[in-house]
Design a protein around this ligand. Structure first.
Ligand code: FAD
Ligand code: SF4
Ligand code: SF4
Ligand code: SF4
Ligand code: SF4
Ligand code: SF4
Ligand code: SF4
Length: 670
């Protein structure tokens, strides 16, 4: 337990330029702080986080023999670690530091009430001093880190992250729920703004993944359970029954020279035909299938939902004996030090915006369906045709912000960020491929923010695409010609627009998939108001999460294009490799401690702990609660609940909290 010292507190007030000093009378708060019990020095500085600012803390600790530090500045989320280091450099325990937020929670919201803001700053400083007087020395716990990582989701983000980790010498499990890696990027034809072929740049990376000795590829696999904590995650994987064995799996079963070699003979004889999901059912597949020729790994999969178990495929496979129609899901437990989530996105179900006729009118398609139709390896060999009659369209409309930037409660309020650019790309592609075609883009604004993106926008304008600024109100179909009547408003010319088109492409909003949300919850990662996974800090820690050791890459954190996805994946891989290379991590010492003499062994707290950190154990003939400190996140649930007051919450002890409440309620009168 911590050693008790007579409180000698130093208070430091930050101006943050005029961010704080513009709305709060710093001098007045500084003078007030000097009057508080235990305060021996009160100082101020323009920018406390700067080197001279931190130097003031270091010097004051030495000069005044301080036992505790209060900095009144910005949010602790921003600079608590900075001032902890300064406290440590000065020679006191870094957890004898308390921060009073007088910027985000004060000056920024009370900028027109200097008197009120100054009074509130005094309250915040007084409360922080009350706590700082009771702070104790705490010591972070060091735990070893398993030399392995997991990446969940094998789109371009997951592929890049796992290649980086593997190339840094870290054994990496790459877990993908579908039978192949590649994600959405493998469905794209060309990529903006350079217009290079998506498959040409992705396939070599996919092949590298398959070959890399440090990557343990787990396709058709999902995360079932996550236990443990940074450095020591124990993860249960569910390997879905694929019905087909890899050569390694066959060898393990004693089938010499067997296992799937991707020859496709089985698929040739299979009588069951289904829509190929990769082609959005615009092409068929069999019940035993691969989605496309570039799949990694090149292993077939049985779709047990449609398989009629006729056995023809088993016969066709012959001596390779790769097919096992009785295969069942299997489970495997792995241990990793860090994790990267890269679960990407799915399209918002745009049929919910009924006015645009998706799923009612065959010639209304999504951007991803367009990608497959224009792609040389797609269902039409790259000839863009109308789904209704196979004719080449001559007038094509692109509806931007379809379901994005939508505050009606049906769509998504956010911008999906890559649909302006891919719609420009789509317009270019049809102008290039179909002589005399007319492309109409219905837009709200064009967001061409990336490198060479604005230039790409000009290029498409020069190529003759027509831009109509306004939302499409309604689309109707002529049942005879199957043409589409598009009703919109041109807000620049301030007049209604009615155009008859052959084909309409909806740039649908994107959203996280339900499976991605399951993974998010398993890893204890929060989500932001818009549903995407929440980063630890939008500016200072965009790849991290509030769960130590878990990082984010790609669109699962929010819509972003391929360059930004790859950049974030590289960042996440770098961040995830640090604890592994260091070999140990320090855990913040904010965990619960059981005061065994007070514990009645009722066990009620055990099920309340959201992190499974508590267990009842037998000690000297008595049941008492035990905390696994490395698992405890210091959330305080057990501490707040325990009827016997048997739980000591480090850094948030009952006396500390009571002192804060007293300091607030009693004002300056304590
Ligand atoms: P994804 O590609 O979605 O990959 C996520 C992977 O995770 C998938 O393989 C998925 O199956 C897997 N997964 C999901 N949940 C789980 C789970 N629970 N367990 C295991 N695996 C899971 N960007 C450009 O820069 N240029 C372009 O030209 C371009 N064109 C586009 C055109 C269209 C029509 C669209 C819709 C997007 C376009 N984009 C373009 C954006 C591009 O698709 C994304 O930036 C990129 O695909 C994001 O990659 P990702 O790995 O984050 O996600
Ligand atoms: Fe601004 Fe915070 Fe730095 Fe002060 S410590 S200058 S409030 S960022
Ligand atoms: Fe694989 Fe056998 Fe089918 Fe060939 S016939 S693709 S080896 S499962
Ligand atoms: Fe197709 Fe199933 Fe028959 Fe094999 S057993 S050929 S997968 S229907
Ligand atoms: Fe709309 Fe463009 Fe944002 Fe997509 S990227 S939601 S089309 S503004
Ligand atoms: Fe019960 Fe409290 Fe002991 Fe938990 S710590 S078992 S709630 S007495
Ligand atoms: Fe569990 Fe929270 Fe108690 Fe820690 S403080 S043991 S995480 S309930």
């Amino acid at each position: 337990m911590a050693e008790k010292k007579e409180a000698r507190i130093g208070v430091f007030l930050c101006h943050c330029g005029t961010n704080i000093a513009g709305s709060i009378n710093i001098k007045e708060v500084q003078d007030y702080a000097r009057t508080l019990p235990g305060v021996v020095v009160s100082d101020e500085y323009q920018y406390m986080c700067s080197t001279p600012g931190q130097g003031k803390i270091v010097d004051a600790i030495k000069e005044h023999n301080l036992t505790g530090i209060v900095v009144a500045a910005c949010s602790p989320r921003l600079h608590e670690p900075t001032f902890r280091v300064a406290s440590k450099v000065g020679g006191i325990n870094p957890f004898r530091f308390e921060m009073a937020n007088i910027r985000e929670q004060n000056s920024w919201v009370h900028m027109h009430d200097k008197e009120g803001a100054t009074a509130k700053a005094k309250d915040a400083v007084r409360i922080a001093v009350a706590k700082a007087s009771l702070l104790e020395d705490l010591f972070p716990k060091s735990v070893p880190v398993e030399k392995a990582a997991i990446v969940v989701g094998a789109g371009v983000a997951g592929i890049q992250a796992s290649l980086d980790l593997a190339n840094a010498g870290i054994p990496t499990y790459l877990v993908e729920k579908t039978p192949t890696i590649g994600g959405r990027m493998s469905q794209l034809d060309k990529t903006f703004p350079t217009l290079d072929c998506s498959q040409c740049i992705l396939t070599p990376k996919m092949v590298d993944v398959g070959r890399n000795e440090n990557i343990i590829l787990k396709t058709y696999t999902e995360v079932e359970k996550v236990e443990g904590y940074i450095g020591n995650f124990e993860i249960t994987l569910r390997k879905k029954a694929r019905g087909v064995m890899t050569p390694e799996e066959a060898e393990a079963k004693g089938i010499v020279g067997g296992g799937c070699n991707g020859c496709g003979d089985c698929s040739g004889v299979c009588p069951v035909i289904k829509g190929n999901e990769f082609e959005f059912a615009m092409a068929p597949r069999k019940a035993i299938f691969i989605h496309h020729p570039q799949v990694v790994p090149n292993i077939y999969t049985v779709d047990f939902e449609s398989c009629i178990k006729c056995g023809l495929c088993v016969e066709a496979c012959g001596d390779k004996k790769a097919i096992d129609l009785e295969m069942e899901d299997s489970f495997e437990k792995i241990k990793v030090g860090t994790a990267i989530l890269a679960t990407g996105y799915e399209l918002f179900p745009i049929e919910k915006k009924a006015e645009w006729g998706y799923n009612r009118f065959e010639n209304v398609i999504t951007g991803l369906e367009f990608e497959r139709l224009i792609c040389a390896s797609g269902p039409t060999g790259g000839h863009l045709v109308r789904p209704s009659d196979g004719q080449t369209p001559k007038k094509v409309g692109f509806v931007l912000c379809a379901g994005s930037r939508d505050n009606t409660g049906i769509g998504k309020p956010y911008c999906s960020r890559f649909c302006c650019m891919y719609s420009l790309k789509h317009a270019h592609q049809i102008i290039e491929k179909i002589p005399g075609v007319k492309a109409y883009l219905f837009y709200m604004d064009i967001r061409s923010f990336g490198k060479m993106y604005e230039e790409f926008y000009y290029r498409i304008q020069d190529e003759g695409a027509k831009f109509i600024r306004g939302r499409v109100a309604n689309i109707l179909e002529d049942p005879k010609s199957r043409n589409l009547m598009v009703f919109a408003e041109d807000t620049l010319l301030q007049r209604p627009v009615n155009i008859e088109l052959d084909l309409v492409v909806l740039a649908s909003a994107v959203q996280p998939s339900p499976e991605a949300d399951t993974v998010r919850k398993l890893f204890g990662v929060s989500k932001s108001a818009d549903g995407w996974m929440l980063e630890a800090h939008p500016k200072l820690n965009p790849c991290g999460t509030t769960t130590a050791g878990v990082f984010l890459a790609g669109v699962c954190q929010g819509p972003k294009d391929i360059p930004d996805t790859v950049a974030q994946a590289e960042g996440a891989a770098s961040a995830a490799s640090i604890p592994i290379h260091v070999g140990k991590v320090e855990l913040e010492p904010y965990f619960a401690q059981c005061m065994e003499e007070k514990c009645a062994g009722c066990g009620m707290c055990v099920n309340l702990c959201p992190y499974s950190a508590l267990a009842l154990v037998e000690k000297e003939g008595k049941k008492v609660m035990q905390v696994t400190e490395a698992k405890c996140k210091g959330c305080g649930t057990c501490g707040g609940f325990c009827p016997g007051g048997a739980i000591h919450m480090q850094h948030f002890t009952t006396p500390q909290i009571v002192a804060q409440i007293d300091a607030f309620l009693l004002g300056g009168e304590q």
